[in-house]
Design a protein around this ligand. Structure first.
Ligand code: COA
Length: 156
């Protein structure tokens, strides 16, 4: 992603999240050496269909944002970005991939669970605007093989 994509990503985030980040926040992410912003276009030069934003900190990849334009959902775009993110994690020999997801966000949880994430914790009333809980999800990679280590949900 480049600075030229900032307006489009900001608009996509506004259509996908209740409390979306503004342009300046994405610009800050772009400037951080440890932050990755990936965009997906169905065709070269076409509009951005989906984007992902994640950090690499030591042996952990932390997912901050993953969103698909509302009119383009259920076409596998988020799956492609998640696969790319996990490939990045493996290439950097990251051991853990973590994220927070709203307790009521069944769509995202299903996507993450299918990849091997499991719920390991809860942050009560994490989302200040409506006080919804965040579930903390974790995926662990074997550093030698890159395989996902099996993990069960902890109930909260
Ligand atoms: C969650 C989100 C990123 C999924 O994007 P998407 O491009 O539609 O997802 P995909 O088409 O790649 O779906 C992959 C899998 O995720 C699951 N999934 C996605 N949307 C789903 C839905 N509405 N209901 C149930 N499962 C869903 C399914 O398992 C799906 O596989 P399938 O279509 O073969 O059944 C999208 O709904 C979104 O942008 N939501 C708003 C932002 C958000 O909540 N982001 C996550 C923050 S943690």
């Amino acid at each position: 992603m480049t600075e030229g994509d900032l307006d489009e990503v900001t608009a996509l985030a506004a259509s996908a999240f209740a409390q979306p980040w503004g342009r300046e926040v994405f610009a800050e992410e772009l400037a951080r050496s440890w932050s990755m912003l990936r965009t997906l276009r169905a065709a070269p030069g076409g509009p951005i269909c989906a984007f992902a934003n994640f950090w690499l900190v030591r042996d952990e990849v932390h997912v901050l944002n993953l969103a698909t334009a509302p009119e383009l959902r259920r076409r596998g775009y988020a799956q492609l970005l998640l696969d790319d993110l996990l490939g990045f994690a493996r290439a950097h020999r990251a051991r853990h991939v973590t994220l927070e997801v709203r307790r009521g966000n069944a769509a995202a949880q299903r996507l993450y669970r299918a990849a091997g994430f499991a719920v390991i914790g809860v942050r009560p009333r994490y989302y200040a605007e409506d006080e919804e809980d965040a579930l903390v999800m974790l995926l662990t990679l074997d550093p030698e093989t890159g395989f996902v280590e099996p993990r069960e949900d902890v109930a909260f």
